[in-house]
Design a protein around this ligand. Structure first.
Ligand SMILES: Nc1nc2c(ncn2[C@@H]2O[C@H](COP(=O)(O)OP(=O)(O)OP(=O)(O)O)[C@@H](O)[C@H]2O)c(=O)[nH]1
Ligand SMILES: [Mg+2]
Length: 213
């Protein structure tokens, strides 16, 4: 597939303190949902792009993880800007990573990322950890920012599928029919050649245009 050969393209950004499990989540999702097309890793950004076929549509989905120790504000802002979804992640067994979540949310606030979720990861360590973050505390924080809350074990259990299904469905359901570039402003969703060049799409656009004649 060439760079533009898709119906829709969008990006997820994964944020949270060091060692909460962001890379593990990214690996888990990209291995299970789609085929890896591009990947690149540096001290400031870990990115993977997958091609994912859902029924008859080809999606190109980019996952950008900002490592927990990344502190360059310019880069941080640039990486978050234009994302369709933000995943804020903490480690339920380390309370300080939960306490820092509001800082991550506030630092990325001006990017106006339309879909945002909170993840409490490493729930497998929950039972053995004194002072672990309870589900009700985390749900309270998520509600404060209008987010859904998910508990995961990002080193591979089925909880990952709930996260993926929620994000994918929420974004895809927000795409109008037919999608025009104007109708997608602020959603971070791009239209690719597979859609733009299809005769069905061209016809749908003509139908809209005829409303204004
Ligand atoms: N027990 C347990 N360990 C986990 C889980 N998820 C990740 N880990 C472990 O936690 C450590 C850190 O995970 P990473 O995915 O590298 O964390 P990160 O958030 O990407 O860290 P930075 O990129 O440094 O900010 C690794 O040793 C993982 O194997 C989990 O759900 N449960
Ligand atoms: Mg990482």
């Amino acid at each position: 597939m060439d760079n533009e050969d898709y119906h829709f393209k969008f990006r997820f950004v994964i944020l949270g303190d060091k060692s909460v499990g962001k890379t593990s989540l990214l690996e888990s999702i990209t291995q299970n949902y789609g085929k890896i097309m591009e990947q690149e890793q540096s001290d400031e950004l870990n990115m993977k792009t997958v091609g994912y076929m859902d029924v008859d549509k080809l999606f190109k989905i980019a996952y950008w993880e900002i490592p927990g120790q990344q502190r360059n504000q310019d880069y941080f802002y640039r990486y978050c800007l234009g994302s369709s979804a933000a995943i804020y992640m903490f480690d339920v067994s380390r309370r300080q990573t939960f306490e820092r979540i509001e800082t991550w949310i506030q630092e990325s606030e001006k990017c106006e990322i339309p879909v945002r979720i909170l993840i409490g990861n490493k729930v497998d360590l929950y039972a053995n950890t004194k002072g672990a973050v309870s589900k009700s505390e985390a749900v309270g924080l998520a509600k404060k920012y209008g987010m859904e809350y998910f508990e995961t074990c990002s080193i591979g259990d089925t909880s990952i599928s709930l996260v993926y299904d929620y994000l994918f469905t929420t974004i895809v359901d927000s795409i109008p029919n037919p999608p025009t570039p104007q109708s997608l402003v602020g959603k971070g969703i791009l239209l690719g050649k597979r859609l733009l060049n299809s005769s069905k799409y061209q016809l749908a656009l003509c139908d809209i245009a005829s409303l204004y004649e």
